[in-house]
Design a protein around this ligand. Structure first.
Ligand SMILES: Nc1ncnc2c1ncn2[C@@H]1O[C@H](COP(=O)(O)OP(=O)(O)OP(=O)(O)O)[C@@H](O)[C@H]1O
Ligand SMILES: [Mg+2]
Length: 402
């Protein structure tokens, strides 16, 4: 790496304190130590050691840039000392003072022990100073490169995390955006529907008053129930999109009534009527619920409509209300359709997760879970024993609420 570029990088990333300015000199002959020390003292903080062992002990306690050591020492040679320093994770650069001519063994040691330079005895003071200064630079570059690499890898992790966060933020923004648009759309339809409904209510009143054909009265009543539910659903979506929370109209009610109301609504649906419906929702034995009854009817309608859409003529659909082991009221809707495909399973309760193209928005289960969770309950999807899908809602009864 070029010096200027490196310096710029170091400045930019505020990398400092790479050099300690400390040099460790090691020689078993004390007069040699004294002479060497006197040359280096002016420019460096000099530490002295009389043996390899002593040098190791010092280097483990004090940060050192350069080690200048005699090769021939009793106990541990210079090359061995540098090797041991490296093994101990000490990154100081080594200079070996040797009286021998360079033998192949010493040359091999250059690689092994990371000897920066050999100086032949007798050495000249300028040679030692030049070598120590070059060794200092070398260790600084090594430390700088390592530090920059660390910084880079930190930044990569940071970048990765930001990217993931950004992606999920973008995803929820997208969902919110679509939710708001859907909400606006819903508001428009709601308005038209309400007009249509008020004239229908008039017709119902007239027809009932004139004691018309009971079948006709029933058809109108069912039609009105369906419209009311549609209106409620649209209003729930619209209001949630605007305020990001559900407004609940609280009342005490019998859970079996939710099942009956949902079936009344679903009877408007020709598909649903062609299914084989099995109901098990006993009155009076179930604990009362406290919550928004109409919204829970919407939830069951969503589940029943999904079941009808997933099945064929004469297939069975089960709807039950019972008390579970915890004493919670458990509503379940099961069908003998194909079940939930693995690619849909993970996104089932996300907004706009529909596989139905023009036939579905993918809001049914999303809104359903929201409504159930607003009742402190949970909505789970499992495979039906024997094939098909099973959706179960568990809600704590009114009596158990704090
Ligand atoms: N009983 C079921 N059997 C098989 N797949 C189902 C069943 N219920 C839901 N799904 C799958 O889950 C998806 C999401 O359902 P959800 O009710 O949220 O949306 P949708 O029915 O597609 O549209 P809508 O907003 O009109 O309800 C469906 O598109 C379908 O693929
Ligand atoms: Mg649906």
């Amino acid at each position: 790496m070029e010096g200027a570029t490196l310096n710029n990088l170091l400045k930019e990333y505020a990398v400092q304190g790479l050099l300690t300015g400390s040099v460790l000199i090691v020689d078993d002959e004390l007069p040699n130590l004294a002479v060497l020390g006197s040359f280096l003292d002016g420019d460096y903080t000099v530490h002295e050691a009389g043996s390899g062992e002593e040098a190791l002990a010092i280097a483990k306690l004090t940060p050192i840039d350069v080690v200048v050591c005699d090769q021939r020492m009793p106990g541990m040679t210079g090359v061995e000392l540098l090797h041991n320093l490296r093994e101990s994770g000490i990154d100081a650069t080594g200079i070996i003072l040797t009286g021998y001519t360079d033998t192949p063994a010493l040359i091999a040691a250059i690689n092994d022990a990371h000897v920066f330079r050999f100086l032949r005895k007798p050495w000249q003071p300028e040679d030692v100073l030049t070598a120590v200064s070059a060794a200092s630079n070398s260790v600084m570059y090594q430390r700088a490169a390592r530090r920059l690499l660390e910084l880079l890898s930190d930044r990569t992790t940071e970048l990765q995390r930001t990217l993931t966060e950004l992606k999920s933020a973008q995803q929820s923004l997208l969902q919110l955006d679509r939710l708001v648009t859907t909400g606006r759309l819903a508001a428009g339809i709601t308005h038209d529907l309400r007009n249509a409904m008020s004239s229908l209510v008039m017709v119902e009143y007239e027809v009932t008053a004139k004691l018309a054909d009971p079948e006709l009265v029933e058809t109108i009543a069912v039609g009105l129930a369906g419209l009311r539910n549609l209106l409620e659903s649209l209003e729930t979506m619209n209001q949630y999109a605007k305020q990001k929370r559900l407004a609940m109209t609280m009342e005490y009610f019998d859970p079996s009534r939710v099942v009956r109301d949902a079936i009344t609504v679903m009877r408007m649906d020709l598909n649903f009527r062609a299914r084989n419906l099995v109901i098990d929702a006993p009155r009076e034995t179930l604990p009362l619920l406290l919550g928004d009854r109409q919204k829970l009817v919407q939830v069951l309608v969503n589940l029943l409509r999904n079941a009808a859409q997933a099945t064929k003529v004469d297939d069975r659909i089960w709807v039950t209300a019972a008390t579970d082991a915890r004493g919670h009221v458990c509503f379940a809707v099961e069908d003998e359709g194909p079940g939930i495909s693995p690619e849909v399973r993970d996104r089932l309760f996300e907004a706009f997760a529909s596989t139905k193209n023009d036939q579905g928005v993918g809001m049914g289960l999303y809104m359903s879970r929201l409504i159930v969770e607003n009742h402190e309950g949970d909505l789970q999807c499992t495979e039906r024993v024997g094939g098909g899908a099973r959706f179960a809602i568990a809600i704590p009864p009114a009596e158990l609420e704090s």
